[in-house]
Design a protein around this ligand. Structure first.
Ligand code: C2O
Ligand code: CU
Length: 426
């Protein structure tokens, strides 16, 4: 059933789970009128294509390439995207990962819209509300379509001379930066302030960083870090997450290391020798300096527990080891119910034996603590939080975007194996 489901050959969600007591999802759209500031058509195809570095991949493209074109907007812009599915057999959608769009624009097949069939189109319209680094990707059979290339970067900010967008993806086992294996180079004059916007479109965490010059972690998941200080440690970038790294370009150049020795990006007037990232990681729990959150988590009126586990059993008649949330297997996972304006606290624990980059749609959450240790650095806002095995996070957010929102693991095969729940507004 094409209409149902982004669960990739796994379970499909019965529609009765999708009934919404109040406003229907279809009413929660972006602006219906107004001339868009950014107006693009994105066409998805299943095809053989060449990476920028020449290798042939059998996968999916957007406007003929993967990654698809960079969409650039400024805060306040009305973005209009006409999405065309030319030849993606299972249907496709576009989800604006990290952009807190109105619910009907969220692009989740089976939740906020039906998948767009071959020959169909769908228009998305939403306002660019927060500056930052984001990406778009199909949300139908995501584990296959994203892996095969149906995604691209989106930046909400004016272009600056030192900006480098680095979309990282592994095609058929080949790690690439902007669709290129090997070592590329962005020629920037020494002394330029480089802002490197790194996007992890893979299913696993990546250790990324600039080598050759200390750098600052200036933004995470489209939210600024307060009071960042220079570091040489690696940044552990969750699957689906983004990080903006800033440094002055040295005369000898510097290098973006994306966690493999074979692929990196030299930035500057020269191509510096390769060097390894150090073993230590930036820890956002203590990085930067505190700043107001804009709400008081101590006044939370919803307190949720979110336990990720694993158990043997059957899912849609298929035996296996399946992920569980609070002991339940998909689709029998209760939704987290909220009302608009609620302050929500959630305790996420993981005893499943694997790590899970948990992505909540439509909202940014702030990390309060990890393993009982309170956050003392910059407010750590995120939309995609790596929850390691045996870790417990406390997070909080304001329920300020009505609708029905998916909350799932962004190791996308895990989502297709049922590591999915929803946040639902009463
Ligand atoms: Cu980046 Cu639900 O997805
Ligand atoms: Cu997972």
């Amino acid at each position: 059933e094409m209409g149902y489901a982004d669960y990739g050959g796994g379970p499909s969600m019965p529609m009765e789970h999708m009934q919404h007591s109040g406003t229907s999802v279809a009413d929660l759209t972006g602006p219906k009128t107004g001339i868009p500031n950014v107006n693009v058509t994105l066409t998805a195809r299943k095809q053989k294509f060449q990476l920028a570095s020449g290798e042939t991949v059998d996968g999916f493209t957007v406007n003929g390439t993967s990654p698809g074109p960079l969409i650039r907007a400024r805060v306040g812009d009305l973005i209009q995207v006409t999405f065309v599915n030319e030849s993606v057999p299972d249907g496709a959608t576009l989800h604006w990962h990290g952009i807190d769009v109105p619910n009907a624009e969220d692009g989740v097949a089976g939740v906020t819209q039906d998948a767009v069939p071959v020959g169909g189109k769908h228009m998305y319209r939403f306002k660019a509300t927060a500056a930052g680094t984001y990406w778009y990707h199909s949300h139908q059979v995501s584990a296959d379509e994203v892996k095969g290339g149906l995604f691209g970067p989106i930046v909400i900010a004016p272009a600056s001379p030192g900006e480098v967008v680095a979309t990282i993806h592994t095609y058929d086992g080949k790690r690439t930066i902007n669709g290129r294996t090997g070592t590329g180079r962005v020629d920037l004059p020494a002394g330029t302030t480089a802002r490197v916007r790194v996007i992890n479109t893979d299913n696993a965490i990546l250790r990324v960083g600039l080598v050759g010059m200390p750098f600052k972690v200036v933004a995470v998941d489209g939210r600024d870090i307060h009071g960042p200080t220079p570091t040489t440690a690696a940044y552990p970038l969750a699957a689906g997450g983004r990080v903006d790294l800033e440094a002055g370009v040295p005369a000898g150049g510097m290098r973006l290391d994306a966690g493999t020795s074979s692929t990196s990006l030299a930035i500057g007037p020269a191509d510096p020798p390769k060097a390894e990232l150090p073993a230590d990681n930036v820890d956002l729990l203590t990085y930067g300096t505190p700043a107001p959150l804009g709400f008081d988590p101590a006044k939370a009126n919803r307190n949720f527990e979110y336990r990720i586990g694993r158990s043997a059993g059957f899912l849609d008649g298929i035996p296996g080891l399946w992920w569980t949330i609070n002991g339940h297997k998909f689709p029998d996972v209760p939704m987290f119910m909220v009302a608009e304006g609620d302050i929500v606290k959630m305790k996420i624990s993981n005893t499943s034996s694997q790590a899970h980059p948990m992505h909540l749609h439509g909202h940014h959450v702030v990390v309060l603590s990890r393993n009982g240790v309170a956050a003392t650095g910059s407010p750590w806002w995120t939309d995609t939080l790596e929850v390691g095995n045996k870790e417990t996070y406390e997070i909080a957010f304001v329920a300020d975007n009505p609708g029905l929102w998916m909350d799932h693991c962004h190791n996308l095969p895990h989502a297709s194996q049922g590591l999915v729940t929803h946040l639902m507004y009463e």
